[in-house]
Design a protein around this ligand. Structure first.
Ligand code: KIV
Ligand code: ZN
Length: 517
């Protein structure tokens, strides 16, 4: 009989812990809403005690995203659990996820506690959390490097104290599939009442084995897998959700297991996470890489044309990757546009549709064929741009191989127009310099990526810019058929995030700056 495997997505918690990832609340909410469409069973939305931003994100997601369990992380401390519950309590099926490290190395050097003290804290935390909800998960951090018999003891006590999910992490990605499967089996066989609790695994990818280890755990009897979209996460990341789900789906004959995931939402989810985090997906990445379904060699192409299954073990459609179809053009009206949005699965308010329709018309004036991806790009670019303090009014660039690249940029900051011109190493560099000069600021450009996201000579170019100020990184993304425009808009979006973050950058008033200049 096939077993149901629950998918616990931790993109917004462990994924967000990746160096260089910094999502704001509205971006986290967008991702959570998409994860709900993907039909994950649990969304771990953050670590509320860690920061005000995490607390607010968990609170907002708990309130807004229904029909999915929302989890929050808490150390085995009452203050962490109180904070997690405060953020979660309006949710439909909130889960408190409490953890403590159990390996000798972590207990001695990180916690400075004996195994008995760790056991005591774990029991206290689970009991305390169970006072708020029955949906309590207990994780033994660095479980794979822990003494298996100590793990059995602590999980036994956690279950007695009220945990309904026990989680076995390979925190440092050290396990091999055979070893990890054996550990999961050892625990299932020895911890009492494992038939009544969920057994979860959480694998990191330091040696590239996170997915293999998670699947070995499923074969050993695990009922929940913790993972992230695109394998995002601390260091080398976590097990990739899309790979686990498609492996279970494609090899049902082998695993005899299924998930509730709507696989047709996988590609869209991957794209959204990539564009909001600014972390690109490598072209040959399993399942969601741009080449995952591309057949380059003549022999392969011939085979696929004769019979797809010669070289395709899953279809592009199964992950929601459809062949580009021309959907609309400049003569398309509002009805056709609304109908297309509905078919693509978007539910929007009248206001949002109006704002998007204006952008669609502007794009259709410049681009003959509008594909699904173009519409998605407009949506991803954000509907709430009006609330942002900084806007682009115009830009004018001049460059050539015999002249200094120059850019003149006109901006509107909080309703006030400002203009500046600069020369640079290229039109993009000149434009970024002009923006900084106009605003009287200096930020570090950490990363700049550009790629085309639709087909043809009039393809839309996507630019992702990462800037930093102090130890905070801000990501901006924009699309346009003009790559200079996309670059400037992405830069402005990153700056807006910097200005709008809680307690954010205080801009001197324009008058003060003009006087200083
Ligand atoms: O990797 C880990 O051990 C974790 C725990 C908090 C579950 O992320
Ligand atoms: Zn982790």
């Amino acid at each position: 009989m096939e077993r149901k495997i629950n998918i616990f997505d931790t993109t917004l918690r462990d994924g967000e812990q990746s160096a260089g990832v910094n999502l704001n609340i509205s971006e986290k909410l967008k991702i959570a809403q998409q994860l709900a469409k993907l039909r994950v069973d649990v969304i771990e939305a953050g670590f509320p005690i860690a920061s005000e931003g995490d607390f607010e994100a968990v609170k907002t997601i708990s309130r807004e995203v229904r029909d999915v369990s929302v989890a929050a992380l808490a150390r085995a401390e009452t203050k962490d659990i109180d904070r997690a519950w405060e953020a979660l309590k309006t949710g439909q099926n909130p889960r408190i996820h409490t953890f403590i490290a159990t390996s000798d190395i972590h207990m001695r050097y990180k916690l400075g506690l004996s195994p008995e003290e760790v056991l005591e804290k774990a029991v206290m935390a689970v009991k305390y959390a169970a006072g708020f909800t029955k949906n309590v998960e207990f994780s033994a951090e660095d479980a794979f490097r822990s003494d298996p018999d100590f793990l059995v003891r602590i999980f036994d006590e956690a279950v007695k104290a009220g945990a309904s999910i026990i989680n076995i992490p390979d925190t440092v990605g050290y396990a091999t599939p055979e070893e990890f499967g054996a550990l999961v089996r050892y625990i299932i066989d020895r911890v009492q009442n494992t038939g009544q609790v969920e057994v979860s695994v959480h694998c990191h990818n330091d040696l590239g084995m996170a997915v293999a280890n998670s699947l070995a755990a499923v074969q050993a009897g695990a009922t929940q897998v913790e993972c992230t979209v695109n394998g995002l996460g601390e260091r080398a990341g976590n097990a990739a959700l899309e790979e686990i789900v498609m492996a279970l789906n494609t090899r049902k004959d082998h695993f005899s297991a299924y998930t509730a995931i709507n696989t047709r939402q996988i590609y869209r989810t991957s794209r959204l996470v990539s564009s909001l985090t600014g972390f690109p997906v490598q072209p040959n990445k399993a399942v969601v890489g741009i080449n995952a379904f591309a057949h380059e060699s003549g022999i392969h192409q011939h085979g696929v044309l004769q019979e797809k299954t010669t070289y395709e073990i899953m279809t592009p459609e199964s992950i929601g990757l459809t062949v580009n179809s021309i959907v609309l053009g400049k003569h398309s009206g509002r009805h056709a546009f609304e109908d297309k949005l509905k078919k693509m699965g978007y539910q929007m308010t009248r206001e949002e549709i109006n704002s998007l329709f204006t952008k669609f018309k502007a794009l259709a004036d410049r681009k003959k064929n509008i594909y699904d991806e173009d519409i998605e790009a407009l949506i991803d670019a954000g509907l709430d741009t009006e609330k942002r303090p900084l806007h682009l009014d115009y830009f004018q660039v001049s460059c050539g191989n015999n002249s200094h690249p120059t850019s003149a940029v006109g901006l509107v900051y909080k309703g006030e127009p400002i203009h500046e011109a600069c020369i640079g190493n290229g039109p993009v560099d000149a434009s970024f310099k002009a923006i900084e000069k106009a605003l009287g600021i200096s930020v570090i450009l950490e990363d700049y990526q550009i790629k085309s996201i639709t087909e043809g000579k009039d393809a839309m170019g996507e630019v992702i810019v990462r800037i930093s100020e102090g130890n905070r990184v801000f990501t901006g993304r924009a699309v346009s058929i003009d790559v200079i425009e996309a670059s400037i808009k992405a830069y402005i979006e990153a700056l807006n995030k910097m200005f709008m973050r809680p307690g954010g950058h205080i801009m001197p008033s324009l008058e003060t700056r003009k006087e200083a200049i």
